[in-house]
Design a protein around this ligand. Structure first.
Ligand SMILES: [Zn+2]
Ligand SMILES: [Zn+2]
Ligand SMILES: [Zn+2]
Length: 305
């Protein structure tokens, strides 16, 4: 079976989660395999890169399965240029978001003693002399796991560490302010990445900078919009069918066709500028989608997941 997703090929499905490989992953593979030296043959370099792939995959499965365990949606993992991305949509509660994010690095924490133990054993078995390539491979895999763990825990949004920080701040500060603060810290961290990019002249770091900049920018705008929304008056007569929160009054929705802001509860699901009709409206509080009739207190069908 061949399925594709925006430049990615479908690899396999496990526990209801589809794993895709983006074409850019191959670009990185060629670049990385050539860089890995010290082995007697290229096959060992390839084995090392495939190990990196397995570790990244386990990390992403950590995110996806944790997200599922708290009732969130997670059914796709894409491996691409900068590693892996698990498309997770945890319920919008700080505890659920925190667990979905922490579970990725937790996989690396669990792998660390196993890999260190294997490396120590291979040393006592004398593999350094009898099987130097295998010994080097184990040493490198151990190091890769630790580097990935430390890198992911940098408190720079949208890296795991930055998102974990955001989830922790969410408890005392709320959804909006925690996102604004985490993304501002992310922008400060970005300065460090820019310095590294110039110091190392690394295209990989340059891409990382762009990735952080775009996501911090998006997150900051979202956080500021959430702040404005939190202060806005509530619209009476409407409530989210899932969490019962009333929607805010104001032009907080952006039309996907004409890109103009509007208040979807004023027009009951239509864009007043171009006339596009929306069949469902997302709750800003809990993230659930529901048709306008349900927001107005109509009958709610059982949730199908
Ligand atoms: Zn992660
Ligand atoms: Zn809701
Ligand atoms: Zn429109």
């Amino acid at each position: 079976m061949f399925r594709s997703r925006q430049g990615s090929i479908w690899l396999f499905r496990f526990a209801g989660i589809d794993v895709y490989l983006h074409w850019m992953w191959f670009v990185m593979a060629v670049f990385q395999v050539q860089r890995r030296t010290g082995y007697s043959s290229l096959a060992w370099s390839v084995a090392e890169y495939l190990s990196l792939f397995v570790i990244v995959l386990l990390h992403e499965f950590g995110h996806a399965l944790a997200c599922r365990s708290v009732g969130g949606q997670a059914n796709q993992i894409v491996l691409w240029l900068l590693g892996g991305v698990a498309y997770v949509a945890p319920p919008q509660r700080p505890g659920a978001v925190l667990w979905s994010l922490a579970a990725g690095p937790l996989v690396n924490v669990l792998l660390a003693p196993l890999l260190v133990g294997l490396w120590v054993l291979s040393g006592t078995w004398g593999w350094q002399e009898t099987a130097p390539d295998l010994y080097r491979l184990i040493l490198h895999i151990m190091a890769i796991n630790l580097v990935l763990l430390c890198f992911n825990l940098l408190p720079i949004y949208p890296l795991d560490g930055g998102q974990i920080l955001r989830a922790l701040l969410w408890f005392p500060l709320g959804q909006a302010r925690s996102l604004v603060i985490a993304t501002v810290i992310g922008f400060v961290g970005l300065i460090g990445f820019v310095v590294l990019t110039f110091a190392l002249r690394s295209p990989w770091y340059a891409l990382m900078c762009a990735f952080i900049f775009i996501n911090c920018g998006k997150g900051l705008l979202e956080g500021l919009a959430l702040l404005r929304m939190a202060k806005a008056p509530r619209r009476e007569g409407f409530a989210c069918p899932a969490c019962h929160a009333p929607p805010p009054r104001g032009s907080f929705w952006t039309c996907s066709k004409c890109r103009k802001p509007f208040d979807i509860f004023e027009t009951l699901g239509f864009c007043p500028n171009c006339g596009v009709e929306y069949s469902a409206t997302r709750c800003f509080e809990c993230g659930e989608m529901a048709p306008m009739s349900f927001w107005m207190g109509g009958p709610v069908p059982p949730v199908v997941k």
